[in-house]
Write a protein that binds this ligand. Structure first.
Ligand code: ADP
Length: 392
């Protein structure tokens, strides 16, 4: 019986031999265990197969890379979008196949909150959005999505806004020219008032067109083209001077607290526009004599430009929407104050283009703090720093 049992165990035969007594029970129990093991194996194989079939059917390229950066598995879209070759590329290093330095930098960073946009390595007309997820013990799941169509539509929208704004500039300049000439004449009161209002509105429209053009330029690329050291001390002092003029009789108390040892690296016209938007908003949306603090600080983790006011603050539910185009808390107050509704949207884009992030904290009744956080690779240490922490 033992021989029969052992022969059955080592054979491929599934049905158990018909044995009497305890040997029969033993063989049957073993048979049941083997059967359930087989069922589980089949179920797992079917799950893996279904998973692979569904990933293979995805339009997005899906690639699994092991902890040593070797290609383990990919779907057919990865062959079409990334040019991976079936079988031949298995176990090759992904960094030898996707060699764009921007991809390599992104891949090695190991924190992937933001996706990366690049053209496909095999077709310049395809724009891919890469995102990576870490799993297991250092393995990576790479997904590349074709976003060419979305980018094309975005481009059409941007060039429409840009062209429309551009076209509006000439008629506005002509209108303003005539209005200024009329306003120099002796005119009956009602006509004079009408013309003054027309001039004011033309001025507003010019501001709107200027901001729309700026925003569409900022949106056209995600990163600044060239960067150079920006004299942040002078830039913030100039903004303070202009803000005091804007404040006029309201007598806001504007203070500067500047790190004396560092400058920022970037595009000074963009940074000027971003920081002045924040400081001018603090003047426009806070009562007379409010204290406003402009700060430039560099720590071991980041560099921050912040504008803090002690105005009436902003209710929490407005905060997430504040950087949306034309989002305003109080429509009448904002247009009265001369804002275009695009200011914070411009700030957000400028900061992102400099690799940073805009954060907004506010408490009703206490005030608001708008801070622009930049990575340290956008900071340089000054060779001849000014005297320590610069207060003005
Ligand atoms: P606007 O051109 O209307 O100023 P922004 O995008 O610059 O547009 O600001 C959006 C809205 O955020 C403003 O309309 C205003 O209500 C609010 N806001 C901005 N800065 C402040 C601030 N420092 N204190 C209170 N409210 C503010």
């Amino acid at each position: 019986m033992l021989v029969l049992t052992l022969r059955w165990i080592s054979s491929k035969q599934i049905d158990p031999p018909d044995l009497p007594g305890i040997w029969g029970d033993l063989v049957y129990t073993f048979y049941r265990k083997q059967q359930s093991h087989r069922d589980r194996e089949e179920a797992l194989t079917s799950i893996i197969k279904r998973y692979q079939q569904s990933s293979a059917a995805l339009k997005d390229a899906v690639v699994i890379v092991d902890a040593k950066d070797r290609l383990e598995w990919w779907n057919s879209s990865a062959e079409e979008l990334l040019g991976l070759k079936p079988l031949i590329d298995k176990s090759k290093s992904i960094l030898n196949l996707l060699r764009d330095p921007r991809f390599i930098r992104y891949y090695k960073r190991r924190h992937y909150q933001e996706p990366l946009e690049l053209t496909s390595p095999i077709n310049e007309e395809i724009i891919l959005q890469y995102s990576i997820t870490l799993f297991g013990e250092g393995d990576r799941l790479l997904v590349a999505r074709d976003i060419s169509r979305m980018k094309q539509l975005e481009q059409v929208r941007q060039s429409f806004v840009s062209n429309a704004s551009h076209e509006l500039r000439t008629p506005l300049t002509v209108m303003r020219g005539y209005l200024e000439t009329f306003l120099d004449q002796e005119l009956p009161r009602p006509i004079l008032r009408g013309l003054q209002q027309m001039e004011q509105q033309t001025h507003r429209m010019e501001g709107l067109v200027r901001d729309m053009l700026m925003l569409s330029r900022l949106e056209s690329t995600r990163h600044i083209a060239d960067e150079y050291p920006v004299d942040i001390h002078q830039l913030l002092k100039d903004i303070k001077r202009d803000a005091l003029i804007l404040s006029g009789d309201k007598g806001h108390k504007i203070e500067l607290l500047l790190d004396p040892e560092h400058d920022l690296v970037g595009q000074d016209n963009e940074l000027h526009s971003a920081f002045s938007n924040l400081v001018f908003n603090a003047v426009r949306y806070t009562p007379a004599e409010t204290r406003i603090l402009i700060r430039w600080q560099v720590s071991q983790q980041e560099a921050v430009v912040s504008v803090e006011d002690t105005g009436q603050g902003i209710e929490a539910h407005h905060l997430p929407r504040l950087t949306e185009r034309f989002y305003r808390i109080d429509e009448s107050r904002s247009s009265e104050s001369g804002g275009t509704g695009l200011g914070l949207s411009i700030v957000k884009h400028v900061v992102i283009r400099h690799g940073g992030q805009l954060k907004i904290h506010s408490q009703v009744g206490k005030g608001s703090c708008f801070s622009c956080h930049f990575p340290l690779d956008h900071v340089i240490r000054l060779e001849n720093p000014s005297s320590p922490p610069h207060n003005d």
